[in-house]
Design a protein. Structure first.
Length: 208
């Protein structure tokens, strides 16, 4: 563990956030297995990081009740209802769009269930690759707007101005012309409830 990561974990500790260092995806999965009881219900936000880990399918196979809004054959109302239920689950899994070296975490959301789950679920576990670390909060917000969001919009085939040039045009990205992705922005600076919020920092490139 290098000094920057060690310092970040200490910053999280001062912010009442538990930070775990994982050398790779294998260690991250082992830690998730340890932190999530089989009896727990699980909600999650759409995340390339979680997809790369394969954790959702593994939890479903183990027997956890997972509120999976991406099950094949779901109607739009059914998918939205599962998102609402997931935000109220025993454990909410997600990834950050960016994390500053001082421990602030940035999350963007289109539908709001991600923000709701992170802000108020009983237990939240954030899995984040070291590729998402930035020098400060300003750079974290910039990364979320001008790196993660354009890539996610391109992946989902959303027609947004940032897809074209990688620059955030928030003043133009409005209905009916565009389907905007960054509708809600959550910045976690600290946590009041001990043990509720935990971050697994994985020393690999994961997600956008």
């Amino acid at each position: 563990m290098d000094k920057k990561i060690e310092s970040l974990i200490k910053c999280w500790e001062k912010r009442n956030i538990k930070g775990w260092y994982c050398r790779n995806k294998k260690e991250a999965l082992e830690k998730l297995w340890e932190l999530i009881p089989v009896s727990s219900t699980v909600g999650f936000s759409g995340s390339q990081t979680l997809e790369q880990l394969g954790i959702i399918k593994l939890l479903e196979s183990r027997g956890n009740k997972v509120f999976n809004q991406y099950q094949p054959g779901l109607s739009r109302p059914e998918s939205l209802e599962l998102r609402r239920l997931g935000a109220q689950a025993d454990v909410y899994l997600t990834s950050a769009n960016a994390v500053s070296e001082k421990g602030e975490s940035v999350f963007f959301s289109a539908y709001g269930h991600r923000v709701a789950g992170i802000a108020y679920a009983r237990k939240v576990i954030v899995v984040c690759g070291t590729n998402k670390l930035t020098s400060n909060l300003e750079e974290a917000l910039k990364r979320a707007r001008e790196h993660a969001t354009p890539l996610n919009c391109r992946r989902l085939n959303w027609n947004t101005p940032c897809v074209k040039d990688g620059i955030c045009h928030s003043e133009l990205c409005l209905w009916p012309d565009y389907k905007r992705m960054c509708c809600q922005i959550l910045v976690i600076e600290a946590e009041i409830e001990l043990g509720r919020l935990q971050v697994l920092l994985v020393d690999e490139t994961l997600g956008f």
